[in-house]
Design a protein around this ligand. Structure first.
Ligand code: WT7
Length: 668
């Protein structure tokens, strides 16, 4: 989103108080929760943690040696036990835990008792394969119940999962498996997407066999995806390495005691893009993560016993971890999971799902909302959406037009919207309205969740009471990342060095900069004190709510034999928020054809996955660089978005930029 659009956002004066009827029944309707949390944040978080089941209570709530935090020290618990076993004593035993619909229309449902049995069998099977506490398991699956089951089975036996989004390429999968030294891979023959089959097992085979493969992988568990009783098929099983899930898991015992885990034991690793070409393995541990995932799910979504909660995120992203699996199941909720695309078989699919399952809470992304807007409200009018009572948004800033459309057409004007800001690294929601308390403004994530200390700071750490600056988190929070797998230096440098050596804050509210977290986002604060998160200020793109590093795409581009040099920037895009715009210099003597562009673009998809496919590729004889040789991405962005050029005086060759801009405009 450009600065100009952003300034007009701040003039947004439509406000929406919680509807009286909603507030009257809300779990939280008293704004005093904020002051109570502020009075003693550790006691407040300990209060939340006590709502979980601990086999041994903690001795200390927090130990904070920046940048290393440890929460609920000495406490023992198991995340899967908290999501399943703990609900089996009362009426939740027979309550629906998971409702699932495949893209072709096949349906499955699990009560808590049934899900517990499935997870226990899967956990026994993993144990029989020699997997246990301290191991890593890679999960590469479509959106089928087994994705959640596999995650919880790992958690049950104390193995950390590393879920790799099914849209990532074989090579991305291989890199992630190798970085984490995963011993086991869980995948499926295929999944459905827009009528076609995504051949995951084939990609997995490629990951495991080509270019050095994955030496740490011992076994591959393969789930057979069925439709109408017939397997999707297509999986070629490798003798001695590959095992069918249904053969191993169905035969396994449903009696599998949960491993007692330390609060700070690793629960999972999830890879996300940063400013270098190599994705970061974000580490989340057990007690603190589960506490905040649980707390935020309950309060932000005002979760009640009879809700049907639908989070549309894929389990391959953090939203799928915290708000499809751990948060809602820890709350004993009924969760809907859908496998496929929103326009399969037609553009009414989401609304049909809401009608069929009587969904009460919907959590989705601005990019989806913008697509729905484009498709038109007539698709919604064919269905009964009256069951909905609360809407959520996540992944990128939501533009006020999309917010209003969501409010009017999906929410029927009666549902509060919670625009939730957080990241893979924060593990759980950080800035958000509380639907029974907060007056919302379209486009603003409003205020920090109770107990979270967010701020907007200048480059030197001064508190900015109103206006723009760097988003900062000034106090440790339970679900914070504990590190980057295998790279403590990068952890420190990426998140904790922005204000190192500075004094952060103002007046009598200051602190050393060492303990202040930098999320990589720019933000502004309005007169109400509300936060408006503008977007990344680093070389990270947000394409359709997915994080992609410019360097990752650049490495994929220069990996093509025809490419000498490449630069990638994010370009404002009507639906996706940002799109990948690539500038490419070909090797000497090569013909800059349209066909070669397609080839280069396909190469990026092969290297990373379809989410990284460049929207535009522009050939250029040279890239604009500073005299010290750094590519001037800001200028390229100006060109890609058709703006007048900024200052080019520090450029090695200003004519390069003028030429590029002309070329870009000629392309349209
Ligand atoms: C980045 C994190 C949070 C789970 C999904 C994405 C952007 C996320 C919002 C929001 C403005 C947002 C930020 C953030 N972002 N939610 N409500 N308003 N920006 O997780 O892939 O780790 O990406 O997404 O730029 O840093 P992620």
């Amino acid at each position: 989103m450009s600065e100009n659009t952003f300034d007009s956002l701040l003039q947004e004066d439509r406000t929406f108080a919680p509807p009286a009827e909603f507030a009257a029944r809300a779990l939280v309707s008293d704004p005093d929760v904020y002051a109570r949390a502020e009075a003693d944040p550790e006691a407040y978080w300990a209060g939340w943690a006590r709502e979980l089941h601990w086999s041994k209570p903690w001795d200390q709530v927090l130990e904070w040696n920046p940048p290393q935090a440890r929460w609920f020290l000495g406490g023992k618990l198991n995340a899967a036990y908290n999501c399943l076993d703990r609900h089996l004593d009362g009426p939740r035993r027979t309550k629906t835990a998971l409702l699932w619909e495949g893209e072709p229309g096949d349906r499955r449902a699990f009560t808590y008792e049934e899900l517990h049995a499935e997870v226990s069998r899967a956990a026994s099977a993993l144990r029989s394969l020699g997997i246990g506490k301290g191991d890593r398991v890679a999960i590469y699956l479509p959106m089928i119940p087994e994705a959640a089951i596999a995650m919880l089975a790992c958690a049950r036996i104390g193995a950390a999962h590393s879920v790799v989004f099914g849209g990532f390429s074989a090579e991305s999968l291989r890199d992630r498996i190798n970085d984490a030294d995963a011993r086991l891979l869980i995948t499926a023959d295929g999944g459905y997407r827009r009528g076609g089959i995504v051949p995951l097992k084939r990609a997995a085979d490629e990951a495991l066999t080509e270019e050095g493969g994955c030496p740490s992988i011992e076994k591959v568990l393969v789930i057979q995806r069925h439709v109408d009783g017939a397997p999707v098929g297509g999986a070629v099983m490798t003798e001695g390495r590959d095992l069918w899930w249904h053969e191993v898991v169905d035969a396994a015992s449903a009696d599998c005691p949960a491993e007692e885990m330390d609060s700070e034991d690793l629960l999972y690793i999830l890879y996300t893009s940063g400013t270098t070409g190599k994705p970061k393995g974000i580490m989340h541990t057990t007690g603190g993560y589960l506490t905040q995932a649980y707390a935020t799910t309950k309060w932000v979504f005002d979760l009640k016993e009879d809700d049907v909660y639908w989070c549309t995120a894929d389990v391959g992203w953090v939203t799928g971890h915290s708000y499809l699996v751990y948060g809602p199941l820890a709350n004993g909720a009924t969760v809907l999971m859908y496998e496929g695309a929103p326009d399969a078989p037609d553009r009414g699919r989401f609304w049909k799902l809401i009608q069929d399952y009587r969904v009460t809470i919907l959590y989705t992304a601005p990019t989806a909302i913008r697509a729905f807007m484009k498709w038109g409200a007539e698709w919604l009018r064919k269905y009964d959406l009256s069951s909905l009572r609360l809407l959520g948004s996540v992944g990128e800033p939501i533009n006020p037009e999309a917010w209003m459309w969501y409010h009017e057409h999906v929410g029927g004007g009666r549902c509060p919207i919670v625009d939730t800001w957080w990241q893979t690294e924060t593990g759980a929601i950080m800035i958000t309205p509380l639907p029974g308390v907060t007056e919302t403004v379209p486009g603003s994530a409003t205020t920090p969740f109770p107990g979270i200390r967010a701020d907007i700071l200048s480059l030197h750490g001064e508190h900015i009471p109103a206006g723009g600056g760097f988003l900062a988190i000034r106090r440790p929070w339970p679900s914070m990342l504990r590190g980057i797998w295998g790279d403590p230096v990068r952890f420190q440098e990426t998140y904790w060095s922005k204000w190192q050596g500075e004094t952060v804050g103002s007046g009598d509210d200051t602190q050393p900069g060492e303990g202040v977290y930098f999320p990589g986002d720019g933000a502004k604060r309005d007169e109400r004190g509300y936060f408006w998160v503008i977007g990344r200020i680093d070389d990270v793109l947000n394409v359709a709510g997915h994080r992609i590093g410019t360097m990752e795409v650049e490495s994929a581009l220069v990996d093509h034999p025809a490419v000498a040099e490449a630069a990638v920037v994010g370009k404002a895009h009507e639906l996706k928020g940002q799109a990948v715009a690539a500038f490419v210099t070909l090797k000497e003597g090569l013909e800059p054809t349209e066909e070669l562009k397609r080839e280069i673009s396909d190469h990026v998809v092969r290297k990373i996955g379809a989410i990284a496919r460049p929207d535009t590729i522009l050939y250029t004889a040279d890239l604009p660089k500073t005299r010290s040789g750094k590519i001037m991405r800001r200028l390229l962005k100006d060109i890609a978005e058709g703006r007048t050029l900024g200052d080019t005086t520090t450029l090695a060759d200003p004519s390069v930029v003028a030429q590029l801009k002309d070329d870009y405009e000629a392309k349209g």
